[in-house]
Design a protein around this ligand. Structure first.
Ligand code: GTP
Ligand code: MG
Length: 194
């Protein structure tokens, strides 16, 4: 993918506030602090387009970013962070589920996992839920730069077993080294072409 332009369009919590469903969308999901916003910045070659933070729960709205006038990247708020205020947590389920289950132009969801962690129940549920709704999913394992080659192989095996996916089905990624960027774009483009 040759990214010529990338810009923030708007934030929304409810369908009335989504931008018009005119171009295909790719949504990014995963637990809080996993690296969703950082990954989007790498995909579009823009360091500060999406705000990232070492404080989990930074992204609390659905944020739409337009790429090249013909594609929208959608940063979803992360799940599974206990210290997010109860009010925000209560809204998360309906907000994200409504988006995923009703968005007609949704092309695929990129589900992001941390290479250092065993996938949580919420990660597994999210993947099952996407399958149940027949939404194409790309599983990305990020922060690969944090582990040695051996640790990485061990974690890859654990993650692949927990999710019932082969290693080839997952994209190994790092926002630091940019490893996996081209492969991920390739997978995304595959679904856009479908
Ligand atoms: P929320 O919006 O809070 O749900 O978080 P997020 O999933 O958008 O995570 P974000 O991109 O803000 O990154 C969280 C932290 O992880 C930041 O401190 C990032 O710098 C760091 N981080 C993200 N990706 C990587 C990576 O590939 N490698 C390393 N070493 N750090 C990363
Ligand atoms: Mg974020």
């Amino acid at each position: 993918m040759h990214v010529k332009s990338a810009e923030f369009v708007k934030s929304a919590t409810r369908p009335e506030h989504y931008p018009p469903a005119e171009v295909p969308e790719i949504a990014f999901a995963g637990r809080s602090n996993v690296g969703k916003s950082s990954l989007i910045n790498v995909l579009v070659n823009r360091k500060g387009l999406v705000r990232t933070s070492s404080t989990p729960g930074r992204t609390q709205l659905i944020n739409f970013f337009q790429v090249n006038n013909d594609l929208m990247l959608v940063d979803l708020p992360g799940y599974g962070f206990a210290r997010v205020p109860a009010e925000v947590r209560k809204q998360w389920g309906p907000m994200v589920e409504t988006y995923l289950s009703t968005r007609s132009c949704l092309g695929c969801v990129v589900l992001i996992l941390d290479i250092r962690r065993v996938p949580s129940d919420e990660d597994v549920l999210m993947l099952q839920w996407l399958r149940a709704y027949a939404i194409p999913a790309v599983v990305v394992v990020t922060k690969c730069d944090k582990l040695s080659k051996n640790e990485r192989a061990r974690q890859a095996a654990t993650i692949s077993r927990t999710l019932g996916l082969s290693r080839e089905e997952m994209v190994f990624f790092s926002a630091l080294s940019r490893e996996g960027k081209d492969l991920l774009w390739g997978r995304i483009e595959h679904f856009l072409a479908a």
